[in-house]
Design a protein around this ligand. Structure first.
Ligand SMILES: [Zn+2]
Ligand SMILES: [Zn+2]
Length: 259
């Protein structure tokens, strides 16, 4: 069985037919998925899905790309995270690729999320793009290691992966690892120990091969697992077992310790 540790099934491409999305998960042995929040305005949709389907969990957070939206504070995030179906804070982080000009607001928002995660006792889902040094620096300055979490849709170097793992973060691979030209990322995936690894779709985007370019969905996480197994020269069952155990260890054990 597989778990999709990061998806956005509340987005219109998938939200229109959630019954189909969840049936397709079941048919592909994808037992659970984590539907990740990107702003406060659509958080209620995310939560509603997690309340409707026992197989779907939710997170609470505001994406670093979200600009003209309500700004969260620590208290607000901690309040949202107190809901039993909310297992993480995020997605948060830094993205210098999409945003021009002054990015101080991104760093301030990122710090807010780390503080909220520590206070709520729930792990972080971190997004980083063209900003790995600042991301790691703020994680260190805010002691993100004390709560841990996941570096989602990882596309950075093995060195960045190691520094994140040293701070108690797992590394999550998406469909990008199945792309033929993702040579460097395939090498990174070979080197990340199974015990520190999660798999995800980030659907509706980034569909893995053989569905590249199409609408992605949680059921396709099995193609990510297949590629990891191929890269490591191990059985797909080993990837499934480890990443599933890691998911529950991260999103449940962390909570139990802090409770
Ligand atoms: Zn992201
Ligand atoms: Zn995402």
């Amino acid at each position: 069985m597989f778990i999709d540790s990061h998806c956005h099934i509340n987005f219109p491409e998938l939200a229109a037919d959630l019954r189909c999305v969840t049936e397709s998960m079941a048919a592909n042995k994808v037992t659970h998925a984590l539907c990740v929040s990107v702003n406060l305005e659509t958080f209620p949709e995310v939560l509603l899905i997690a309340e409707r389907f026992a197989t779907i969990f939710a997170s609470a957070g505001v994406h670093p790309d979200a600009q003209s939206c309500e700004e969260p504070d620590v208290e607000r995030l901690v309040g949202l995270a107190s809901h039993p179906r909310v297992v993480a804070i995020g997605e948060t982080g830094l993205d210098y690729y999409r945003v021009d000009g002054d990015t101080e607001w991104q760093r301030a928002r990122f710090r807010t999320h780390i503080r909220a995660a520590k206070q709520a006792g729930k792990p972080l889902i971190i997004h980083t793009r063209e900003a790995s040094e600042d991301t790691l620096r703020i994680m260190r300055e805010e002691d993100a290691a004390s709560i841990g979490g996941v570096m989602h849709c990882f596309t950075e170097t093995a060195e960045v992966a190691q520094r994140a793992m040293d701070m108690n973060f797992m590394i999550s691979f998406s469909g990008i690892v199945t792309f033929k030209n993702a040579i460097a990322l395939k090498d990174v995936a070979r080197g990340v120990p199974l015990d520190n690894m999660l798999i995800e779709t980030d659907s509706p985007y980034l569909a893995p091969v053989p569905y590249r370019g199409k609408t992605n969905q949680p059921a396709y996480v099995r193609f990510v697992a297949e590629e990891i197994a191929r890269l490591k020269g191990i059985a797909i069952e080993s990837v499934a077992e480890a990443t599933t155990a890691n998911f529950f260890r991260l999103f449940y054990a962390a909570r139990a310790v802090k409770a």
